[in-house]
Design a protein around this ligand. Structure first.
Ligand SMILES: O=P(O)(O)OP(=O)(O)OP(=O)(O)OC[C@H]1O[C@@H](n2cnc3c(O)ncnc32)[C@H](O)[C@@H]1O
Length: 166
């Protein structure tokens, strides 16, 4: 099958090709139509859905959107991630990824309007953390990576689609 992913972020694209090895996967720049830094589960999930719909529409392809964000539980800020798969028949499947708490100092800067990608590079003293290990990599001592986390999300999407079409 043909899959269009609404991102050129390698951590996201590799996750999709890992879970759909038999498919032809391409990437397309699309709008998420949510804030550059989503701040709730709802907003992050909506960003993933919007990207997936934009990828699928006008084609016979499956669309996949993957979106990173943050969300509060009480007064603690967590990293959250959502994925959406849209079929050519326009059925939408969604799934979320593992959450991990973010340090208080990052939470303060995020609420001041800075983006997590920028903050993580400064925090880890590295470049393009969001395209590589991700915040989840840094804060798990690299036992987890952003690609592995998104692979899990994409597996949940594929599994739901297979269940419903069976
Ligand atoms: O190119 P796209 O697909 O937009 O990928 P992105 O990583 O830049 O964008 P996301 O929409 O997934 O994430 C929103 C913002 O949060 C940042 N972000 C999200 N998850 C992150 C992570 O695990 N590590 C570092 N930055 C992250 C990201 O860099 C953006 O600034």
């Amino acid at each position: 099958m043909n899959i269009t992913v609404g991102s050129s972020n390698p951590a996201k694209l590799k996750a999709v090709t890992e879970v759909f090895p038999e498919s032809y996967v391409t990437s397309k720049r699309v709008q998420s139509h949510v804030a550059a830094q989503p701040f709730s589960d709802d907003e992050t999930r909506q960003g993933a859905i919007n990207r997936a719909i934009a990828c699928a529409e006008g084609s016979n392809n499956f669309g996949i959107g993957l979106e990173g964000g943050v969300m509060y539980i009480g007064d603690q800020l967590y990293l959250c991630n959502w994925g959406a798969l849209v079929t050519p028949e326009e059925t939408v499947y969604t799934a979320s990824g593992a959450r991990i708490i973010l340090p208080k100092e990052l939470a303060t800067e995020l609420t001041e309007g800075k983006e997590l990608g920028y903050l993580m590079d400064a925090y880890a003293n590295k470049e393009d953390v969001s395209k590589k290990e991700g915040a989840i990599g840094v804060f798990t001592n690299y036992l987890m990576t952003r690609q592995a986390m998104f692979s899990h999300v994409v597996t949940l999407l594929r599994g739901q689609w297979e269940f419903h079409k069976a």
